[in-house]
Design a protein around this ligand. Structure first.
Ligand SMILES: [Zn+2]
Length: 280
């Protein structure tokens, strides 16, 4: 694996880009309730990339995996809590576009953006940038996390292990800093997870209310999460992180081979004209 941040321009020139996949995270610095750090989404994206690269190197050792440092730039609806740095959807779109354009000029043609933050508007901003760059330079970039987060709606089977499906049944709509993210972080960075997660109350919100920042804020109460942090568990986190890495490596290899990858290019909400108004 090449950490491009640590290379010289000459070393980058020498990489065989036709055999390479380049990964980059785009995720926010954002509050994650009382028990997780602001960097949670960035830690997740970086960890998923690391694990994805391990899987690709095992399955397809001829592929050269490269990565850039994370860009903590993202859009989200949460307001009114300390620690959130969010950008307008238009800004995220332009940053993603200019980031991709720079990389394309280094001749990389297999770029995977890991937008490790579930807000659909963030997903759509990055997907829009990929679409634009693909139109301009020929297919070279994909942002597959939107399809991951809306897999049910798109009919994509993530092959989730049974223990995760069982928790999901009783603890659905775990949107933010709940059992999913807390479990992932227990596996990624245990030392950054406060033990108070064990006694945090469940906070509930209907999926349809997630488009309202006001309703989100109300449901978060004095905490900052939406979901069930008390149900978190490190082994569940391991399983969730592995599942995400398996998904990303599967999509990355399909994209590298330009085979059956288009279903992973857009969030299920991308097709709604309403979701594109904020980019005008
Ligand atoms: Zn998060």
């Amino acid at each position: 694996m090449y950490e491009l941040y640590n290379k010289t321009w000459k070393q980058i020139e020498e990489i065989d880009k036709s055999k390479s996949i380049l990964f980059v995270t785009m995720a926010p610095i954002e509050e994650h309730s009382l028990h997780l750090p602001l960097g949670t989404d960035v830690y997740e994206g970086e960890y998923w990339i690391k694990e994805t690269i391990k899987l690709i190197e095992l399955e397809s050792p001829d592929i050269i995996c490269c990565k850039l440092p994370a860009f903590p730039i993202a859009s989200a609806g949460i307001k009114g809590l300390y620690g959130c740095i969010h950008f307008k959807p238009k800004t995220t779109y332009h940053v993603a576009l200019e980031l991709l354009e720079s990389i394309v000029h280094w001749d990389f043609s297999n770029i995977i953006v890991v937008a490790s933050h579930g807000d659909p508007i963030h997903q759509i901003a990055v997907e829009k940038a990929c679409k634009k760059i693909n139109k301009k330079y020929g297919t070279c970039a994909i942002s597959p996390m939107g399809a991951f987060f809306s897999a049910n709606e798109l009919g994509i089977n993530l092959n989730l292990p049974i223990e995760i499906k069982n928790i999901e049944k009783n603890a659905e709509n775990d949107f933010h800093a709940g059992w999913i993210e807390t479990s992932c972080m227990l596996d990624i960075k245990r030392n950054l997870v406060s033990d108070c997660y064990k006694s945090l109350p469940d906070t509930k919100i209907a999926e349809k209310d997630m488009i309202s920042a006001k309703k989100q804020r109300k449901a978060m109460g004095e905490y900052g999460h939406l979901g069930y942090p008390a149900l978190s568990d490190k082994s569940i986190g391991k399983s969730l992180n592995l599942n995400t890495a398996q998904y990303l490596s599967m999509v990355s290899i399909k994209f590298f081979n330009r085979k059956d990858y288009t279903v992973y290019m857009f969030h299920s909400l991308y097709k709604l004209p309403l979701m594109h108004l904020r980019f005008l």
